[in-house]
Unconditional design. Structure first.
Ligand SMILES: [Zn+2]
Length: 423
């Protein structure tokens, strides 16, 4: 078995690893033949290259859970549309909306905890709880096994439940995005309730920047539950992202995979009833001119683009308004600049936007495992793991995690881009 690390070795984007087993090549690149692709979850930094591979002739199977197949379709179609609008009409795009649609036909949806074979390789998907459908994957061939963690979620997640613990494996490829830190466990309901109370007392707009996939669904569940439990806090609530609506449908369709006891008093079906999406510019204008209180969730999560900019220009000017950033903000993103106090921010259209409103940042809403989650996840296998390859993290975080794991006598490798290992 040979592994080559192609992307996300020292960053947090573009995750891809080539696996060569018994002459079968999983996820390869354009200069070599690809037999199949294993997709751990729908996020664009994992799935974004699929239409491009299709455009360049890939026609093999893409294995993923059925939830991931549905969500990836939504994400790829959205990103193909964005690409089309960004690129001048006389130049060629990375891929077309047709490539994004066609690549979906190659998806081979699989179930969690069911093994299947491709060539002589046994493949199994296990619940990772990072977003709906996310999986970690074990490949076994010639009595050697390797697990790819993908992005791992959090233990005791109120919404999706805990990931399945690490299964028996010789080798582990661990995507360690936020794995070196320990996040305080926060009561998200309480945190949001306090912010909503403040929004009401100030008659302000609470503008929440959120990823359209997963975080928007989680925040909406919490907000609607607060409205249900405390009717006096019920205020106008809107969502603004063309992609979000479809993701809500998918989350509802697969509602049985969520943590059951969470929904005993307030179900997902109740939460996602009567959602108000801002589909037209006049709806957006109306909300921008409304003198609160109100809540708007808009994409994107780090203000790198998305509909949130259609509100920021007006709303960020007013001191009484609140901009809530419930997640990790990558360095150099507008979200990162705002939480570090910058008062003049460039919009994606290169227009300077004044930020006078109150900024609230909380990194506790992340659906990425932290160090204690990794500990819990790996605990049954620490003694039998032969090697752990650390991927998908910024350098500082990865070095810190490497040190922490080495204290437990684990053999840790941090591969560089393009490096190969035979195991
Ligand atoms: Zn992810």
């Amino acid at each position: 078995m040979k592994l080559t690390f192609i992307g996300a070795t020292q960053t947090v984007t573009g995750s891809k690893t080539l696996i060569e087993i018994n002459k079968r090549n999983f996820l390869k690149f354009l200069d070599t033949h690809i037999d199949g692709i294993i997709l751990t979850h729908a996020h664009l930094d994992h799935s974004g290259l699929l239409p491009y591979l299709y455009k360049n002739g890939f026609r093999g199977p893409i294995y993923c859970t059925k939830e991931t197949a549905k969500l990836t379709r939504i994400i790829l179609e959205d990103s193909a549309e964005l690409l089309k609008n960004e690129v001048p009409s006389n130049s060629t795009t990375l891929y077309s909306p047709e490539d994004a649609q066609n690549v979906i036909s190659l998806f081979r949806p699989v179930k969690y905890n069911e093994s299947f074979e491709d060539g002589k390789v046994i493949i199994e998907f296990f619940k990772a709880s990072h977003i709906l459908g996310a999986a970690f994957v074990r490949l076994t061939a010639d009595n050697t096994s390797i697990v790819f963690s993908g992005d791992l979620g959090r233990f005791d997640d109120l919404y999706l439940g805990s990931p399945e613990k690490l299964v028996q494996t010789d080798y582990l490829v661990l995507e360690s995005t936020y794995g070196s830190s320990i996040r305080e466990s926060t009561d998200h309901m309480k945190e949001l309730k306090t912010i909503i109370e403040k929004t009401i007392s100030q008659k302000s707009t609470l503008l929440i920047s959120s990823f359209a996939l997963h975080r928007a669904q989680y925040l909406t569940y919490l907000i609607k539950k607060i409205f249900f439990l405390y009717p006096e806090l019920k205020i106008p609530f809107f969502l603004n992202s063309p992609m979000m609506e479809q993701v809500f449908f998918t989350y509802l369709k697969f509602k049985d995979t969520f943590k059951e006891q969470t929904f005993l008093d307030f179900s997902l079906t109740e939460a996602y009833q009567e959602l108000n999406f801002l589909d037209h510019f006049w709806d957006i204008e109306e909300r921008n001119n409304y003198e609160g209180p109100q809540i708007i969730i808009a994409s994107s999560g780090m203000l790198t683009g998305g509909r949130i900019w259609s509100h920021l220009k007006t709303m960020a000017l007013k001191e009484k308004n609140i901009l809530f950033l419930p997640g990790f903000q990558v360095v150099n993103t507008p979200g990162h600049k705002i939480i570090h106090g910058e008062k003049l921010i460039m919009s994606p259209e290169q227009e300077a936007i004044e930020i006078n409103c109150e900024i609230i940042h909380s990194s506790s809403f992340s659906s990425h495992a932290d160090f204690s989650d990794f500990q819990t996840w790996m605990s049954p296998r620490i003694k039998t793991l032969k090697k752990v390859f650390l991927l998908h993290g910024e350098d500082k975080a990865k070095t810190a995690l490497k040190k922490q794991l080495e204290l437990q006598s684990l053999n840790i490798i941090t591969p560089l881009k393009g490096e190969s290992y035979t195991i």
